[in-house]
Design a protein around this ligand. Structure first.
Ligand SMILES: Nc1ncnc2c1ncn2[C@@H]1O[C@H](COP(=O)(O)OP(=O)(O)OP(=O)(O)O)[C@@H](O)[C@H]1O
Ligand SMILES: [Mg+2]
Length: 232
């Protein structure tokens, strides 16, 4: 198993209230697979993804990524793990507004140990001709494609996507899903994606349904549907 999560628990304390967000979550993903996490708002999906990506910490349980037990790392080691292994794609792109498309990607490529070629990645997401534009000169779908390029350029072992199509219309969403499927195939990246959209599970090898901080149901999908055939 490339990703192995076991008995993961997490609570948040605010003022005098403690909210238990993850109540012993377990999940697995093999190398090169696509995993989907489905579940209602507030069920703990982003918390789970952030812990796997090393931007949040759990209270107990283990997360193994490519044989590294990240739940045992100190802060410096965790930052190093994140930088070397993880690509993040968010719902609202998070591009730097005063940098061009090319520069937004260069920022990440510069701090990576084995980055891919920037133009090659821009070409893969269909944005090479807009390399010198600024984010505000792009549509939402184009901005998301740039944010995918930014996550992919460092050639991460694990690509974590927090509702990457949440802010997009149907046809743009489908283009983004096609692109993620292509990146999974071309670069061999393992992908774990959060979505509210049940239909997207058709393109995943493994599907995890989360409810109130617990895995309600997990399934393995043996017939992967190409993203261009997904309808909703
Ligand atoms: N930093 C925090 N401090 C306190 N509570 C938090 C914090 N982050 C998240 N929570 C709470 O934890 C619960 C789960 O949040 P999380 O963001 O993981 O949900 P989610 O499944 O990603 O929801 P959504 O689909 O709306 O993005 C929510 O009730 C939220 O209010
Ligand atoms: Mg969320």
């Amino acid at each position: 198993m490339f990703l192995k999560v076991e008995n993961l628990k997490k609570s948040y304390k605010t003022a005098d209230v403690t909210t238990t967000v993850l109540k012993g979550v377990g999940m697995n993903l093999d190398k090169g697979e696509i995993g989907v996490i489905l579940g209602p708002s507030g069920s703990g999906k982003s918390t789970l993804l952030n812990i796997i990506g090393g931007i949040d910490r759990c209270d107990c349980g283990t997360v193994l990524v490519d044989n590294i037990e990240i739940t045992k790392l100190n802060d410096i080691e965790l930052t190093d793990y994140r930088r070397k292994n993880i690509g993040f794609i968010f719902q609202f792109y998070n591009l730097i507004p005063n940098l061009t498309v090319g520069e937004n990607i260069e920022v990440v490529s510069n701090i990576s140990s084995s980055p891919l070629n920037i133009d090659e990645v821009l070409k893969a997401v269909g944005m090479l001709d807009k390399k010198y534009r600024f984010p505000k000169e792009l549509s939402g779908g184009e901005q998301q494609r740039v944010s995918i390029a930014r996550a992919v350029v460092k050639n991460p072992k694990l690509l974590l996507c927090d509702e990457p199509t949440g802010a997009l219309d149907f046809s743009t969403s489908r283009d983004i899903l096609k692109l993620l499927q292509k990146i999974n195939k071309d670069f061999g990246s393992t992908i774990l994606m959060i979505t509210h959209n049940n239909a997207i599970s058709a393109m995943a090898n493994r599907v995890y349904r989360v409810r109130s901080g617990e895995i309600l149901e997990s399934s393995v999908n043996n017939t992967i549907i190409p993203a261009e055939r997904i309808e909703w």
